[in-house]
Design a protein around this ligand. Structure first.
Ligand code: NDP
Length: 248
């Protein structure tokens, strides 16, 4: 992120941005940060009460009225994503931003001990859902003046590490999907595609993965938002195919 980037209060005005896993953790913080800068946010996730709480928070702070789209990425099929695309087309006619954020941790085991069911579930939610959702929404992103797709990676999506199994593999795949889409879409219709590794962040997922760690030793999700705002704002219009770190 350029050192002189400072997100203006209205830097996402009139933009429509979909966030997956918007009910908790980093996705929740991103939804709140986007709405605060003027975006209409589509809150997608599996736990409706959490999405409603984020909705209420945005309304209370005077942000543009968001939308809630309940979807469990584990069981969603191509038709579910087409239905989502049709609904967004009807309601908004375009999509400016897509943040793939929802992920599952899966089993913290060696590959030797990983069950096939757990492997499939993690790959489905963390990687295949990203493919299906992106594919369904590409036409709507092309309708935006300058669409932006952001994938969420991890340090174990850039270098493998013992016990991170399917989660790590799903993040490597995510980086590959990002690079391929970046190469295909930017020249075609101006949609840019990048990834963010949030780094250790104080969320349920982090606390589950590192139960012995003092949670407050990591930043809160709200503290890592600059790169998310940068990639969704017009300041990054020419930035494509890059792997970012939210923390230095
Ligand atoms: P959390 O577990 O705190 O939040 C994940 C969100 O995604 C939750 O709202 C969860 O729903 C939702 N979600 C999970 N699975 C599904 C599903 N099958 N269908 C729909 N929604 C789902 O995780 P973080 O905020 O920590 O992680 C956000 C992203 O950042 C992930 O991609 C993660 O891999 C990545 N990341 C996080 C790091 C960290 O230190 N926190 C470090 C590196 C990467 P529900 O609220 O119902 O549980």
């Amino acid at each position: 992120v350029p050192a002189d980037f400072s997100p203006a209060d209205d830097c996402l005005k009139d933009k429509v941005i979909l966030v997956t896993g918007a009910g908790d953790g980093i996705g929740r913080a991103a939804a709140l940060a986007f709405a605060k800068r003027g975006a209409t946010v589509i809150l997608l996730g599996r736990t409706i009460e959490k999405l409603e709480a984020v909705y209420d928070e945005i309304e209370a702070s005077g942000g543009p009225t968001p939308a809630i789209y309940p979807l469990h990425l584990r069981g969603a099929c191509a038709e579910d994503y087409q239905q989502l695309a049709a609904t967004l087309e009807q309601e908004f006619g375009k999509l400016d931003g897509l943040l793939h954020n929802a992920s599952e941790l899966g089993q913290r085991r060696t590959i030797a001990q990983t069950t096939p069911d757990s492997w499939n579930e993690v790959i489905q939610v963390n990687l295949t859902a990203g493919f299906l959702l992106t594919q369904a929404l590409l036409p709507l992103l092309a309708q935006a003046e300058a669409g932006s797709i952001v994938f969420t990676s991890s340090s174990v999506g850039r270098k493998g590490r013992a016990f991170w199994g399917a989660y790590s593999v799903s993040k490597f795949g995510t980086e590959g999907l990002m690079q391929i889409l970046a190469d295909e879409e930017f020249d075609l219709n101006g949609t840019r595609v990048n990834s963010i590794n949030p780094g250790a962040t104080n969320t349920t997922m982090r606390r589950t993965a590192y139960p012995g760690e003092n949670p407050s030793s990591n930043p809160d999700p709200a503290d890592i938002m600059p790169v998310y705002l940068y990639l969704m704002s017009d300041a990054s219009r020419e930035v494509n195919g890059q792997a970012f770190n939210a923390q230095s």
